[in-house]
Design a protein around this ligand. Structure first.
Ligand code: HEM
Length: 145
């Protein structure tokens, strides 16, 4: 289901990005642009405004964790659904995250990756990255019932 170009592109993106920069930037952006998503992070302390969100160490740490989750998908591109089984159960049964939020975070991540890659983020790269994120989101949704 993946072309050679798609595989190479996804692997290259994740080999290049700094998870400690891109993860926190994407999660912060999501929490700022879609403040509704803050409801799931009640234990993260001060999310009062954009400055508080971007300087919150728990947000930064968790942004990095999210990229770590995506790296698991990159390593298992042919079976993301199985790879994400437990993560999907966690987000549905335990965290009760409305799965529509996965798309919001995915879009924030796309914006951050695009702004970091500049001209290297061509239409073909964008298509490959969005396809990867669509499979990630579908896999996270899998255990919802
Ligand atoms: C926890 C990945 C989207 C809310 C986690 C963990 C990972 C992860 C790897 C840690 C699991 C563990 O500790 O075993 C992802 C990925 C996402 C995604 C790859 C989509 C690209 C979201 C969204 C929300 C969310 C959109 C809410 C708006 C949470 C919360 C936790 C969590 C509240 C627990 C945080 C804590 O207390 O430390 N996620 N997640 N996730 N996720 Fe997600």
């Amino acid at each position: 289901e993946w072309t050679d170009f798609e595989r190479a592109t996804i692997q290259e993106i994740f080999s290049k990005i700094d998870s400690g920069v891109v993860g926190p930037a994407a999660l912060s952006r999501c929490l700022i642009v879609y403040p509704w998503t803050q409801r799931y992070f009640g234990s993260f302390g001060n999310l009062y405004n954009a400055a508080a969100i971007t300087s919150n160490p728990k947000v930064a740490a968790h942004g990095k964790v999210v990229i770590g989750g995506l790296e698991q998908a990159v390593k298992n591109m042919d079976d993301i659904k199985t790879t994400y089984k437990d993560l999907s159960v966690l987000h549905s049964d335990k965290l009760r995250v409305d799965p529509d939020n996965f798309n919001l975070l995915a879009d924030c991540l796309t914006i951050v990756v695009a702004s970091q890659m500049g001209q290297a983020f061509t239409p073909d790269v964008q298509a490959a990255f969005q396809k990867f994120l669509a499979v990630v989101v579908a896999s996270l949704r899998k255990q919802y019932h």
